[in-house]
Write a protein of this length. Sequence first.
Length: 254
Amino acid sequence: MSTTRTTTLRRAGVVAALAAAGVLTAAGVASAHVTVHPESYAKGATDGVLTFRVPNEEDTARTTKVQVFLPTDHPVLGVLVSPHDGWTPKVTNTKLKTPVKTDDGTITDAVSEITWTGGRIGAGQFEDFDVAFGQLPDDVDQLTLKTLQTYSDGKTVRWIEEATSGGDEPENPAPVLKLTAKATDGTANTDGGAKTVATGSATAKSSGDATATASSSDSTARGLGIAGLVVGVLGLAAAAFAVVRTRSAGSRSE
């Protein structure tokens, strides 16, 4: 009878462990995309920073090249690339089909591509690439920032797919920056700091979005942790039930 109870407990424990591992594995896969942070800014926001987070999702290869493509139909103006140890950036400008009028004059060209090479992102690691901007467009609701990620084995993952309305997330989604309604009390910031986000409501908006993003991530993590605990408790409950049933069966046989 003791052997039967031990076997039952082992089986229940294995089931619980496998289920919990499945939950954690799913969480790891879901977070392996290239993303942009913060997830949103106010339309026309000025003097801000976009951070592209690039995780390495290969076990046997390292990320050696990252290419980010900025739209030119709704251009991001005044782009500057922050230095990044080990990586060499290359910035490509493109002449705009429709020049953009600003308070400082008419802009006829804008950055269309930024490429980082020379560095390495190993398995289980990620890198953040910072890009400062002078002004975001104010005539569109979001920017799709297509990205290519190249590995040391020659494989290139194309993060360029766009989600459809009401559809499931694509396999290789492009980073998307949402542009929200303009603030009514104006935006400020004239100090020109590359790492400074616009003051006024634009700052409040971007800070709020960053906080919301962190909160969402925390909620997801807590949810996954709770799910793992529930799975473990169910596994233990099943084992306990099996032991009681075995004991009852043994008592009846006696």
